[in-house]
Design a binder for this molecule. Structure first.
Ligand SMILES: C[S@@+](CC[C@H](N)C(=O)[O-])C[C@H]1O[C@@H](n2cnc3c(N)ncnc32)[C@H](O)[C@@H]1O
Length: 291
C-alpha cells in the first residue's frame, strides 16, 4: 500500500501566511469532546500559528468548530441563520461524484488540452479542493496550493477523512496540498509543471443556492477584496509551465488584469482563459518538488 504521505501536514511547511497573502478575518475556535484527534491536531497547528483564537474572538462572527465530523467553519451573520462550511469530498451536493459530473469541470479538463495521465499540474487556488480532486481523479499529479490557513486546514481535514474511501484513495494519493501563497511556494521549489489552473475569487454569481451559501462564507473569511494580486500570480505561473495556464472566470468577467489570453473556452457560466508559457525552453526541465 502506498504511504499516505501527502495527506499529512508537512512539518517543513508550517501553517503561515505567504508574503502576499491578503488580510483575512479573525476566527474563533471551539472544540467539542467528540472531535477526532486528527482534526484536533490540524486545528491546533492553526492555533499555534495564531490563525485562530481559542473561544470567541470578540471581533469576529467566524468560528472554526471541531466536532465529531471534523472541522467546520461557521459564520454568524448579524441577521439571518448561521452559515456553515464543511468540506465533504465524498458525499453531498459538493462531493466527488457531483464535482466529477459537473459540466464546468469537464470544460476545465478540455481547456488544459490533451495532457497525458501523469502530467503534473499546479492548482494555484485550491479553495474547497473540487478542481484539484477532479484533476487528480483524471490521473494527473496535482500540487494544490491554498494560501488561506483556515481554508487549507478545512481541506486537509476533508482529505484525511476521505482517504479511507475506496474510490477516492488513489486520487488523493496523486494530490498534494500545500498551505502557502503560490508565488512564495514557487520561489522555494525548482522545476516546471506541465500546466497550471488558477481560479481567483470573484463575486459569486452561480444560481445553485448551496454553492452561493458556501462561497458567501468563503468571501466572509477572505474579506472584501480577496485576490487583488491575481495578475502577478498569473504571470508567475506562466513562467513555470510547459504547456499552459488555465484561468477560470465568470462568463462575462474581464480577463485577469486585462491580460489577453491566447484562447478562451466558454462554458455555460464559466469561461476558461488559456495563457501560454512565458519562458518555454528557458526553464530547467526539473520535476517540481512536492514538499
Ligand atoms: C474561488 S476559490 C478556488 C476554488 C477551487 N477552484 C475549488 O475547486 O474549490 C479561490 C481560492 O484561491 C486562493 N488563492 C488566490 N490566490 C492565491 C495565491 N496566490 N496563492 C494561493 N492561494 C490563492 C484563495 O485564497 C481562495 O481560497
Amino acid at each position: 500500500m502506498r504511504p499516505p504521505a501527502i495527506l499529512r501536514p508537512n512539518p517543513r511547511l508550517p501553517i503561515t501566511d505567504g508574503p502576499c497573502a491578503p488580510v483575512t478575518e479573525p476566527v474563533g475556535f471551539h472544540v467539542t469532546p467528540d472531535c477526532p484527534p486528527r482534526s484536533r491536531r490540524t486545528a491546533e497547528s492553526l492555533l499555534e500559528g495564531g490563525h485562530i483564537t481559542a473561544g470567541a474572538t470578540g471581533r469576529s462572527d467566524l468560528e472554526l468548530i471541531c466536532r465529531a465530523d471534523g472541522l467546520t467553519l461557521v459564520a454568524h451573520p448579524a441577521s439571518g441563520p448561521a452559515l456553515e462550511l464543511h468540506i465533504d469530498l465524498v458525499g453531498g451536493a459538493r462531493g466527488y461524484r457531483h464535482a466529477r459530473a459537473e459540466r464546468s469541470r469537464e470544460d476545465l479538463v478540455r481547456a488544459l488540452g490533451r495532457l497525458p495521465r501523469g502530467s503534473r499540474i499546479i492548482d494555484a487556488s485550491a479553495g474547497l479542493g473540487r478542481d484539484a480532486l477532479v484533476l487528480a481523479a483524471r490521473g494527473f499529479e496535482v500540487v494544490a496550493v491554498e494560501r488561506n490557513p483556515v481554508l487549507a486546514a478545512l481541506l486537509r481535514d476533508a482529505m484525511e477523512r476521505a482517504s479511507s474511501h475506496r474510490v477516492l484513495r488513489a486520487s488523493l494519493d496523486r494530490l498534494s496540498l500545500q498551505q502557502a501563497d503560490v508565488r512564495e511556494w514557487l520561489s522555494r521549489h525548482e522545476g516546471i509543471f506541465d500546466a497550471a489552473v488558477f481560479d481567483p475569487m470573484f463575486p459569486p454569481r452561480r444560481k445553485d443556492a448551496e454553492v452561493r451559501k458556501e462561497m458567501r462564507i468563503v468571501h466572509r473569511l477572505l474579506g472584501a477584496n480577496p485576490d487583488p494580486d491575481a495578475p502577478e500570480t498569473l504571470k508567475a505561473l506562466q513562467g513555470r509551465v510547459r504547456r499552459c495556464v488555465v484561468v477560470k472566470r465568470p462568463l462575462h468577467a474581464p480577463a485577469v488584469g486585462g491580460l489577453r489570453p491566447a484562447r478562451s473556452l466558454r462554458g455555460r457560466s464559466t469561461r476558461f482563459d488559456v495563457y501560454l508559457p512565458s519562458t518555454v525552453g528557458s526553464q530547467p526541465p526539473g520535476r517540481p518538488g512536492k514538499g
